[in-house]
Design a protein around this ligand. Sequence first.
Ligand code: NOJ
Length: 538
Amino acid sequence: MPETIWWKTGTVYQVYPRSFQDTNGDGVGDLPGITARLEHLAWLGVDAVWISPFYRSPMADFGYDVADYRAVDPLFGTLEDFDALIAEAHRRKLKVILDFVPNHSSIAHPWFAESRASRENPKRDWYLWRDPAPDGGPPNNWLSNFGGPAWTRDEASGQYYYHAFLAEQPDLNWRNPEVRAAMHDVLRFWLERGVDGFRVDVIWHLIKDEGFRDNPQNPDFAPHQPGINRFSQVYSCDRPEVIEVISGMRAVLREFGERVLIGEIYLPVERLVTYYGPDLEAADLPFNFQLLETPWQADAVAALVAEYEAALPEGGWPNWVLGNHDRPRIAARVGDAQARVAAMLLLTLRGTPTLYYGDEIGLGHVPIPPDRVQDPWERNEPGHGRDPVRTPMQWDDSRHAGFSAVEPWLPQTEDAERRNVDAMRDDSRSILTLYRRLLSLRRDHPALSVGGWRNVPLPPSLATEVFAYERFEGDETLRILLNFGSVERSIPLEDDAAKQETWSVLLSTRPGRAGEATGNVLHLSPDEGVVLRAHPSS
Ligand code: NOJ
């Protein structure tokens, strides 16, 4: 019986609110801007929009440092603007997913002010305070993900507080039941306003080792890596007790019917899949970032997909991510031609796909001049900053590409005059058209949205360059062949003489092939991907 729950059949689109649409002329995107551009999402054919944080914040980490979990930062608008956004999204049958940042608050959150006030304050235990080591230094060897120690000493009490990210982002103590209850109420606040789910920030960080043991050295550390990689994060995150915490959040979501809990988790596949929970009562979708980290080679990606499919627990729903606001853009990683193959991969694999804004127009790496650096991580550890993947969306060929009337907070691509939604919308060869066709194909073919997946083995000489698999549901079989290489390939299609299937092209990353009958051999151009449909011969 095919699945029909929206977050299983649908596609998620991530909006980074600073960079989607500015409506008040300050060079930074805002909530009314997102509302104004919902039409684009409906036209494109996605089902849900996930909006990165817009809560009240001093913006030390651009909103991932929350000072009030129930308020909209004036930079982005008002609560009324949010209500209008959600109403308009729902009117267009788009779901709205918020970013929930429970691991840490801002240093400016009133909870932290209380916690810091004295060792006796009732909220002292809401954060993670420890005495100095005997030499007066930090309590253990844990490091910040943004460089430097993860402990900051508070002069008043002489104790250190823990922060997995910036010193302005103190970690909350999720072992404390009062913290859990307060955060559950935050979830209810937004659920009552109609949100359809949450993407939960660094969910695998929520619980730390009770004894705060030192992390072990990482034998594979290389100097070009961020400092955090010096140690394996064995005790500072991914602790077994976190599953129960996630289940607690999920239970709150279920008070409101079918809402989705997506967990941000950077872990290897065998650890990642434990976040569904032993009885599937933890994360609905533990975000699968494996495509962001696997070398862009057909055999490596094929092995990854097979590994992930095999590792999923019974009933666990898969998902795939090709880009986000923290990792290099796909077009920058693999180039324009392969970005099209990547789009076909993302939208034909089994499981919920998440698209990152701008990938549909092939936004690539935007160099950031030193005087325009925004990301604090770039200042701490040059070369690791995320500004190049957060540049403003490009809508048309006007000044600032229709994003803003004034110079945007980050630069745009040099080819913005051509690389924009307006210019690509009616161009049958554009990557935007390809994305739209893929999304409509996924919608029209249950084999793609809910069907099964199986690998199609190819001769070894082809398998290093071409990844082939099938999706199937009922009596429909689709075969996807993706050429990761820059050489033309001829692929034999008859693997089962008894079936006597013939094939035709449903969609190619190259325009103009749809409808073509293939014969027994498919010729794949360099950098081409195709979706074929099987026709049983009579
Ligand atoms: C993960 C978010 O995606 C990232 O942007 C942020 O800096 C850290 N969590 C800290 O909240």
